[in-house]
Design a protein around this ligand. Structure first.
Ligand code: TYC
Length: 108
């Protein structure tokens, strides 16, 4: 192993010092998924995709129809914190409007 990659460093020309490895996970990415249901109106889902996932009307309509036909689709990919926030906002907004629309997040 090269001196550079070894977990040890030589100090004072002789003794070996163990260098602590940084125990930090890389910053993951998370998909926010929207799920189909039988009751949420299509235009409400299109509105949610435009407001919370920054899609234009054409894109939001395509994604809504993908959820409707395949059961789920990706709204967007974000850091853990942003994905958590989107899921909470979408689920709360849907509940407040008495629709069962649900979103969830999955690690990539
Ligand atoms: N399936 C719903 C309907 O027929 C429409 C819908 C689309 C619901 C996407 C949820 O995430 C969803 N009214």
């Amino acid at each position: 192993m090269s001196e550079e990659n070894s977990p040890y460093r030589r100090i004072d020309g002789g003794a070996l010092l163990e260098v602590a490895k940084a125990e930090v996970a890389p910053p993951g990415r998370f998909q926010v998924i929207l799920l189909n249901d039988d009751f949420t109106p299509m235009d409400f889902v299109v509105y949610v995709l435009q407001e919370f996932f920054a899609m234009n009307q054409e894109k939001a309509t395509q994604v809504m129809l993908q959820i409707h036909t395949r059961g789920r689709a990706v709204g967007g990919v974000y850091s853990r914190e942003v994905a958590e926030s989107k899921v909470n906002l979408v689920n709360e907004f849907s509940r407040d409007n008495h629709h069962p629309l649900l979103s969830m997040m999955e690690p990539l």
